[in-house]
Design a binder for this molecule. Structure first.
Ligand code: NAD
Length: 481
């Protein structure tokens, strides 16, 4: 596939250069240049917000019959699927993930447009009785200009998640893509054009977080901001938005735990471990980064998790086209070194690396699939997000201890329990402080199921019908008869 050497930003229906110059995008598997992208500055952000505002003020989106709007949203997904092979290849190259995982992400991105396109017609108000002399009803209106700041771990799906729901409810969007892997997101510009969205409905720009990202989050003329990324940046984004009285949706990661009871099906558990911590090289906000294992089966689980980790063939994602025992690069040397540093600190604190813990002895941002044993709940490795293929196993003696350890971090994104006893599972589900609980399958669910955090994992919900409420505001209309 021939990759365009330079990619522009997309503002008001036009492809444009960036005021901050150009940014090289490299392949983390070997450091080679994939392409350059225009780098937006604060003035570009101003232009993008102004275009989105003009589009909103025209009333074109809000005036459309929802079924038509929904068809256009679905058409964006059709465009993505029509170009799936080239998008997946580019995503594998810029993000380091195996090609088969990139294909899953492309299909996942398209699925958001299908789902929220279908939801467009379901946003209905209600009538409120006020006695004989009145007719009262509510309508839902778009918030207006939706600002969306995207992380690098699933750049395509994260853009799709917020863009599809925002458009389906009649908002216009300004999307700030991640610096490390911004190229594939530009396909959404063509998708919006092909679907017939008017100029300004979708604006996509790449820029540094501290420059374009901060300018967007603190812009006086946005009506909402959706942010996914680190806690520290999330606080900065929400603070900037609050200064303009703008609501924020924050999705800030987690330190999620799977509780494993002695009656669990361990073959099934290992399938979930494979996806839960090694998919996308563990760079997943809802990763299964802790496993809390009952002492009766602890040694067996540690041994099986370690042999699973060792079985993974780690190397360039683009050479890993088929689903199987393989893993790609992390997104950058910086992220890999950060994760490796956390592994070294864990060993110094008394954890035992049963396998892994080091970078690979080859070029590229590769980290060994890692399993730690002898982890105690208070260790940094058990409290802070590694954002890499690193599993911490903690021994527990009963359910009460497991729940306490599961809930014993600042986060609360997801949680899970593996057991054959449904009573036990549902009781645990009620006690786990997280926005989503998986029973006997990590990542069970989909675009239809609401997702979001308790505690420092953030607030607001993405996915599912719940996400629609992020993008609309209620107006009550009362008529004196
Ligand atoms: P980050 O939070 O700094 O960046 C996420 C996005 O925010 C990027 O688009 C970035 O450009 C933008 N940004 C950065 N500073 C900003 C600011 N001041 N104002 C507005 N936008 C800003 O994350 P990172 O540096 O890419 O990664 C650091 C850590 O964050 C990771 O190691 C991981 O723990 C976590 N992370 C979590 C997720 C998730 O899905 N929850 C995703 C990516 C990273």
């Amino acid at each position: 596939m021939k990759i365009k050497p330079f990619w522009q930003n997309f503002i008001n229906g036009q492809y444009v250069d960036g005021g901050a110059g150009r940014l090289p995008v490299t392949n983390p598997a070997d450091g080679s240049l994939v392409a350059e992208i225009a780098l937006a500055d604060a003035a570009d952000v101003d232009r993008a917000v102004a275009a989105a505002r003009t589009c909103q003020n025209s009333g074109d989106l809000a005036a459309m019959r929802p079924v038509e709007l929904g068809r256009m949203v679905r058409a964006c997904g059709d465009y993505i699927m029509a170009h799936k092979d080239e998008i997946a290849t580019l995503l594998s190259l810029e993000a380091g993930k195996p090609l088969w995982e990139a294909h899953i992400e492309v299909a996942g991105a398209a699925r958001y447009f299908e789902y929220y396109g279908n939801q467009a017609e379901t946003v209905e108000g209600r009538s409120i009785p006020l006695g004989a002399g009145y007719l009262d009803f509510t309508v839902y209106e778009p918030l207006g200009v939706s600002a969306q700041i995207i992380p690098w771990n699933f750049p395509l799906e994260m853009v799709a998640r917020s863009m599809s729901a925002a458009l389906a409810t009649g908002n216009s969007c300004v999307i700030k893509t991640p610096e490390l892997d911004p190229l594939t997101s530009m396909y959404f510009a063509e998708a919006a054009k092909a679907a017939g969205f008017p100029d300004g409905a979708v604006n996509i720009l790449c820029g540094y977080g501290h420059e374009a990202g901060a300018a967007l989050a603190g812009h006086h003329d946005i009506n909402q901001v959706v942010f996914t990324g680190s806690v520290q940046t999330g606080i900065a984004v929400a603070t900037a938005a609050a200064a303009n009285v703008v609501p924020a949706v924050l999705e800030l990661g987690g330190k999620s735990a799977a509780i494993v009871m002695p009656d669990a099906d361990l073959d099934n558990l290992m399938e979930s471990v494979r996806w839960g911590i090694f998919f996308n090289a563990g760079q997943v906000c809802s990763a299964m980064s802790r496993v809390l294992v009952h002492e009766d089966i602890h040694d067996e689980v540690v041994e099986r998790a370690a042999s699973l980790a060792k079985s993974l063939d780690v190397g360039p994602g683009i050479e890993r086209a088929e689903y199987g025992a393989n893993m790609g690069a992390m997104v950058s040397d910086g992220q890999r070194d950060r994760a490796e540093g956390m592994c070294q600190d864990a060993v110094a604190a008394g954890a035992r690396a049963v396998t892994g813990g080091h970078k690979l002895n080859r070029e590229g941002s590769f980290l060994e699939p890692t399993v730690f044993d002898h982890v105690t709940p208070d260790m940094t490795i058990a409290q802070e997000e590694v954002f890499g293929p690193v599993l911490s196993v903690i021994k527990i003696k009963d359910e009460a201890e497991a729940i306490a350890v599961s809930n014993g971090t600042d986060y609360g994104l997801v949680g899970g329990i593996f057991t054959a006893d449904l009573d036990r599972a549902t009781q645990a589900a009620r006690q786990i402080k997280a926005g989503q609980v998986f029973i006997n399958e990590w990542y069970a669910g989909g675009v239809e199921t609401p997702f979001g955090g308790y505690g420092k994992s953030g607030y607001g919900r993405e996915k599912g019908r719940e996400a629609l409420w992020n993008y609309i505001q209620t107006k009550n209309i009362a008529i004196k008869m």
